[in-house]
Write a protein that binds this ligand. Structure first.
Ligand SMILES: [Zn+2]
Length: 316
């Protein structure tokens, strides 16, 4: 998962709602500290603002709490140059050696499958057990771009199930690779498509649900919006769950037709997409993934969505 940042329009709407002059700037200072991974400073600043006033920043507030709580008691271990593991000695210490091996294996596999020679600098953090509360967003883990590196946070319960743990690491490392290569310009639906494939998380029952109309097949804009749904309500979580699954179908169709490495190539191509090409795509209601997909696979975004839908029908 990758956290969605509020857009300018949302921020303006909240500012109107809460009448909070200057509050946005204050939250930006919190976010800057969070980006530096200076969690104590971020936590202190956020506490000063109060979670009640957080509005759309609540997800950030809770991630800061979980990460700061972990940082206070954690130890760090370098697994290889550019790859670090952070964990709580009293919670997973006995397993740290094994977890380190899993992290190395899964990260390398994600990079290899996506056709990357190297990983960007990564810190993998196993969050404190007490941070695993129902209100922490993205309970299966998330990937955050920090200043100069990427941070993958995983809930501690995953270490009890190696298969699930390896899958979660591959999923989040795929995010880090895409974020790095595409410069954060890849649409959420496509990033999740890549991560769902590399995490091997696609539910085989999904195509049938779309084919029978139980789940609605969304267009690119609606699918992108679905990822921004409120994950704190049951209804929102269901919308997000279906969005992941639809992205999984799209990623599967691309991987089967063009190979998994093509997914990594699309990310790299987005990173190299020039301003004018991106502008042209945006004027057409799409993002830089449209020209990137066209040049790597010969399919634009709309064609991909049609092929995904057809694939669901064919699986029925
Ligand atoms: Zn994800």
């Amino acid at each position: 998962m990758q956290r969605r940042r509020p857009g300018r329009r949302e921020i303006e709407e909240w500012s109107d709602l809460y009448g909070a002059a200057g509050e946005h700037a204050a939250w930006q200072a919190v976010e800057e500290a969070f980006r530096r991974d200076d969690l104590e400073a971020a936590h202190e600043l956020a506490l000063g603002l109060g979670a009640g006033a957080a509005g759309g920043w609540l997800g950030l507030y809770r991630s800061i709490e979980a990460e700061a709580l972990t940082r206070r008691r954690s130890v760090r271990k370098t697994l290889e140059p550019g790859l670090e593991l952070e964990y709580l000695d009293d919670e997973v210490g006995g397993l740290a050696g094994r977890i380190g091996l899993w992290v190395r294996e899964a990260s390398r596999e994600a990079a290899r499958r996506l056709g990357f020679d190297a990983l960007p600098p990564l810190l993998v953090t196993i969050l404190a057990d007490e941070a695993n509360t129902p209100w922490v967003p993205f309970r299966n883990g998330y990937c955050e771009p920090k200043t100069g590196f990427f941070k993958v946070c995983l809930p501690a319960y995953l270490v009890d199930d190696p298969r699930q743990f390896l899958s979660a690491v591959r999923h989040e490392v795929a995010h880090a690779l895409c974020l790095d290569a595409a410069g954060g310009r890849m649409a959420a639906w496509l990033e999740e498509a890549v991560s769902m494939v590399i995490g091997d998380e696609c539910d085989p029952r999904t195509p049938r649900r779309f084919a029978t109309g139980r789940w609605r097949w969304l267009n690119p804009r609606r699918l992108e919006e679905a990822f921004a749904e409120d994950r704190e309500t049951a209804e929102g979580r269901e919308i997000v769950h279906r969005a992941y699954e639809q992205s999984g179908v799209l990623g599967t169709v691309l991987a089967r037709r063009f190979g998994e490495a093509a997914l990594g190539e699309v990310a790299r191509r987005i990173g190299r997409t020039g301003f004018l090409k991106e502008l042209a795509a945006r004027l057409g209601g799409l993002g830089p993934e449209d020209p990137a997909l066209r040049s790597v696979c010969g399919w634009g975004v709309r064609r991909l969505f049609r092929e995904g839908w057809k694939w669901c029908l064919a699986q029925e």
